[in-house]
Write a protein that binds this ligand. Sequence first.
Ligand code: F6P
Length: 347
Amino acid sequence: MRIGILTGGGDCPGLNAVIRAVVRTSVKEYSSEVIGFLEGWRGPLENMVMPLTMQSTGGLIHRGGTILRTSRTNPFKVDRGPERILDNMQKNRLDALIAVGGEDTCGVANRLYKEHNLNVVCIPKTIDNDLSATDFTFGFDTAVNIVTEALDRLHTTAEAHNRVHVCEVMGRDAGWLACYGGIAGGADFILVPEKPIEAQKVVQAIKTRHSRGRDYSIVVVAEGAKFAEGEAGVEAGETPEQVDSFGHKRLGGIGDRLAKLIESQTGFETRATILGHIQRGGSPTAFDRVLATRFGVKAAQLVNEKKFGRMVSLQGSTLTDVAIEEATGTLKTLDMELYGVAEVFFG
Ligand code: F6P
């Protein structure tokens, strides 16, 4: 068989490990050939390709980013987008495509499968862990570890200066990263998109903590968290250039806003740190390397069995596959039972 692979949406650690696993399994186990499409869905739209061999994808397991690069291109927003993708699949004599992505990339793959009969298999990735029908996406564990390390560092400086530190982490619609990172990093309050921010509760929790003799606090806030009274965090994405082709506004600013509010209402000096893309860069953790490798091997197997329209998935510790549409229908928001565990440590 001849197989194409692309990586779409925001990058995350583990993408290169997936590419390596897909190529090795396809070439070594099934004598197939693999080519890479560059920059997400832009690759098959514009016919931007590169050959992939066992040699060229060797030694990649530890490398962050993606050798295929990525973009947030939406082919359904482009004139004759789906037709151009099918043409380029044919030009490259491809039998199937593997799309590695989150909700947007897999959503496009599902439409191409359903509406245009594209032979496609998906692999779930995102640091947000908000894709349904899989317990974990790769990239998430690495990001959690980065947040945890950042909180450990903020803790020591917060304690030295008697300050409150607000740490803004990624998470547009889901608070998985804020919650896991916050629990691991011993946060004194965690704010997530699933639960509107009740400013007075945060202020009270910090005051209570300080009244017990603690002179510093750590607050974690997900970039997509919003104030209860319907007041959104400062959104930078007001101009068309700051809204991507899937309609997502660029977020950021809630951490600063919250820090000002905490300082004015508690009287404690408060600083904000935005972790931003540091959370998406660098080497994957061992967990993500293994998960990405398992996903890549399984996706190559599915293609070989011609099981199209499927996404590889981790359920418990078992690797399985599900219909792509099961993953893309609704976002997997934070398990509020887990948030309940975090709440025990607030204040
Ligand atoms: O990939 C998802 C994500 O990490 C979100 O948490 C965040 O809102 C977004 O990416 C930022 O994307 P970009 O790098 O395109 O601004």
